[in-house]
Ligand binder design. Structure first.
Ligand SMILES: Nc1ccn([C@@H]2O[C@H](COP(=O)(O)O)[C@@H](O)[C@H]2O)c(=O)n1
Ligand SMILES: C[C@@]1(CO)OP(=O)(O)OP(=O)(O)OC[C@H]1O
Length: 159
């Protein structure tokens, strides 16, 4: 049996924060603002996984009013979500991720991001695709005010 899930998230770019994307720290003059470490890509992968198993969203599991999650490592949140997926008896078929950012250039970091997501989802790197696109300077992403991500995951019942 197969289950599909999709995720979408946005975080604002500000000064004085690190830019963490898919568990990889990217050198840039701005970073993402959030209650947690604001790793927009891991939040989106987590939401896609929760969607696939019918378990709501990360705000339900890790409320941004809970001081426990202040500056939380989103990789830890992702691991918790992946545990729920496994408890429901599913494994990953594939994940397809899109980072929407005018800047910085993501291409040099995509191999490391794929490796980290594959590790977190206990899958092979070939099953994780990560793309990046600008919005041609249009809208909030195009003005460099924030970064968005979209992810689709497909899960299958483990044998
Ligand atoms: N932040 C980004 C945005 C884009 N890329 C790469 O550049 C290609 C062209 O982007 P367009 O938005 O002009 O279509 C895109 O396909 C990515 O390979 C990137 O690395 N980082
Ligand atoms: C991850 C959580 C929890 O720390 O906080 P944020 O980093 O603000 O991220 P967001 O995607 O806005 O919502 C989920 C939150 O509950």
């Amino acid at each position: 049996m197969f289950r599909i899930g999709q995720g979408f998230d946005v975080h604002q770019l500000v000064e004085g924060r690190p830019l963490i994307m898919g568990g990889v720290t990217i050198p840039y003059e701005l970073g993402l603002l959030g209650h947690s470490d604001a790793d927009v890509l891991l939040h989106t992968v987590s939401d896609a996984c929760l969607g696939a198993i019918g378990e709501g969203d990360i705000g339900k599991h890790f409320p941004d009013t809970d001081p426990d999650f202040k500056d939380a490592d989103s990789a830890k949140l992702m691991q918790h979500v992946w545990q729920l997926v496994k408890e429901k008896g599913y494994e990953l078929v594939n994940a397809d991720c899109t980072i929407i950012a005018q800047k910085p250039k993501m291409a040099p970091y995509i191999p490391a991001i794929r490796e980290r997501i594959a590790e977190l989802l206990e899958s092979e790197v070939e099953n994780i695709n990560v793309k990046a696109t600008t919005t041609e300077k249009l809208g909030f992403t195009g003005r460099g005010e924030g970064i968005a991500a979209q992810v689709v995951v497909l899960l299958k019942k483990s044998a």
